[in-house]
Design a protein around this ligand. Sequence first.
Ligand code: MG
Length: 130
Amino acid sequence: MKRDDSLIIAVDFDGTCVEHDYPSVGIEVEGAVDTLRKLVSKGHRIALYTMRSGELLEAAVRWFKERKIELWCVNHNAKQSEWTSSPKLHADIYIDDSALGCPIIYIDGVRRPVVNWAKVRELLEYNGVL
Ligand SMILES: [Mg+2]
């Protein structure tokens, strides 16, 4: 992968951008907003990749809009229909609290871990994405 290209970065919502509080929108996970804004400012494209649907999905989309984080697509990459009929959202990088190998962190009093954005940022920098 050429690191000077604009990458498609799929980002999960619950447990990744916000703490687990589904169907509500949880508290912002530390470092998520800054890192996502920086990715966009570097020209990368953020693809929201979530199981949410309907009004719950709209709440997640609104979360990005309120924080001025531009979403390139939501759960569907229209461009990929040019070369595949696969329903899986194509991205160059996936950031998801449930992904094996994704850095996670446990917060006191919170049952499920969330993405450790400080570590994710280090990995993105190490790999030349940020
Ligand atoms: Mg999740």
